[in-house]
Ligand binder design. Structure first.
Ligand SMILES: Cc1cc2nc3c(=O)[nH]c(=O)nc-3n(C[C@H](O)[C@H](O)[C@H](O)COP(=O)(O)OP(=O)(O)OC[C@H]3O[C@@H](n4cnc5c(N)ncnc54)[C@H](O)[C@@H]3O)c2cc1C
Length: 428
């Protein structure tokens, strides 16, 4: 019988791809009408890049992502206060990648449809309720297109990959209060600017409560490199926030004013913000840690399990590693409830100690094979050579994630990877 997955975001699609590869039947129910999900920049940690490469997505990732090898703490005046290596500069074979969330999401959705069949993803299907009684697990859906109940579906188990406002979590923990807001708002954008410190550095600027993270990211549709930024500011208690939404242009200018004095030789923050066509605003929401991320035949992954809608963009990597741990647990147990219990124990332990998680994520693959990033790059190079230049698009940049990547930029990306991959790592 089928494993039901509520939510077709990064976590739900990663799980679908992994279950497909493991030969486990599944179905994804996504509330949105399509999978053209917006989003801006995010960072994928090496362990998550490894998990996606193991699925055969490495060459495509090498085309759409930029490798980051350094994190630098900088004052708004441009004085570097601290630096630390990341990605391949720490000896990891896999890079840490700066990617566009929309592109990553689209890549995963296309691959899932191609490999498992388009009918594995049901759109406009919002999970409303779940009943796990005895031998029978059923979910009730709501058909958003028709605006009416969408029927009941039976499955072997349910995985809630339905994000920070998870309905599955609310059914597992009915008494839990909604996510709380303690005054911090986050804005994300992609704007113009020269990539700092050699082009592979994530820069964190701080002053009091104001914080800004900047990573270079490939532009879509041309061969520029842009700056993906995330700003965090405190707002008064009576600030009227709503869930994630695009900011009207007038308010982008207001936001830039709050960083008016953040200009230095290498970055002009107000210019970068004003030059961003689309800016996404969302509250930084928090939830208490759950005592368990599974019960019976129901499990939670990604933001539904441990919301990390935060700076540093670790949420996507964590969701991908949850999917990997859950798939391995299902492969290793006959009983689904035992598998979900094992997943819960393993991931709660790993998530409580990130250093340990990173080490575990870097271990060899379950089948004993080791992906060679150099082989991945070779394949990416061949793919880039085949690729026609992208069509000009009238879509706003946030939705242009549907478009391709300029071949010359793809080749430049690969050259950048090669520069790193060619160096001996601590593993070699
Ligand atoms: C539209 C969007 C844009 C984002 N942009 C960024 C970004 O630019 N940078 C960044 O770092 N992070 C971004 N995030 C957050 C980041 O993607 C997540 O933190 C991370 O990927 C964890 O993924 P997840 O699969 O757990 O949750 P999500 O990626 O949030 O996916 C949850 C999915 O579940 C669906 N869903 C919700 N309720 C139901 C239901 N009842 N039934 C069925 N489906 C349901 C949602 O439509 C969504 O597709 C964004 C998230 C979303 C949804």
């Amino acid at each position: 019988m089928t494993v039901l997955i509520a939510g077709g975001g990064i976590g739900g699609l990663a799980l679908g791809l992994m279950l497909d590869r493991a030969g486990i039947r599944f179905r994804v129910f996504e509330a949105a009408p399509d999978l053209r999900m917006p989003g801006l920049g995010l960072l994928l940690r090496p362990d998550a890049v490894r998990a996606l490469s193991d699925l055969g997505l490495g060459p495509e990732l090498a085309l759409i992502g930029l490798p980051m090898t350094e994190v630098a703490g900088v004052t708004p005046e441009g004085i570097v206060t601290e630096t630390a290596p990341c990605g391949q500069a720490t000896g990891s074979e896999m890079p840490q990648l700066s990617v566009h969330r929309g592109r990553l999401h689209r890549l995963m959705a296309e691959e899932l449809r191609r490999r498992a069949g388009a009918d594995r993803i049901v759109l406009d299907a919002a999970l409303q309720d779940v009943a796990d009684r005895g031998e029978k697990l059923t979910i009730d859906l709501f058909d958003r297109r028709q605006n009416r109940p969408g029927g009941t579906t039976r499955g072997r188990g349910l995985v809630g990959a339905d994000g920070i406002h998870s309905t599955v979590r609310a059914r597992l923990y009915p008494g839990e209060p909604p996510p709380r807001w303690d005054g911090l708002m986050v804005w994300r954008g992609i704007g113009p600017g020269r990539p700092p410190r050699g082009g592979h550095c994530t820069v964190v600027l701080r002053q009091g409560d104001r914080r800004l993270t900047v990573s270079p990211i490939p532009s879509i549709g041309d061969d520029r490199t842009l700056l993906a930024w995330t700003a965090k500011l405190r707002r008064p208690r009576d600030y009227e926030w709503s869930d994630a939404h695009w900011v009207p242009p007038r308010r982008i200018f207001d936001l830039a004013e709050e960083f008016e004095d953040w200009r230095s030789d290498w970055i002009d923050v107000p210019e970068m913000i004003r030059g961003s066509q689309d800016v996404f605003e969302h509250p930084l929401l928090r939830r208490d840690e759950l005592p368990r991320m599974s019960r019976g035949r129901i499990a939670l992954i990604g933001d539904a399990a441990h919301p990390s809608f935060k700076l540093g963009s670790g949420g996507a990597s964590d969701a991908i590693l949850d999917a990997l741990a859950l798939t391995r647990a299902l492969q290793g147990h006959d009983s689904l409830a035992d598998a979900f219990r094992a997943y819960d124990q393993q991931r709660r332990e790993q998530l409580s100690d990130r250093g340990r998680e990173t080490r575990l994520g870097a271990e060899a693959l379950p089948n004993g094979a080791r992906i060679s990033w150099r082989a991945v790059l070779k394949e990416a190079e061949a793919l880039a050579a085949l690729r026609p230049p992208p069509r000009p698009s009238l879509l706003p940049p946030a939705l242009e994630a549907q478009e391709g990547i300029e071949p010359s930029l793809a080749l430049a990306n690969i050259a950048a990877f090669r520069g790193r991959a060619g160096r001996p790592s601590r593993r070699d």
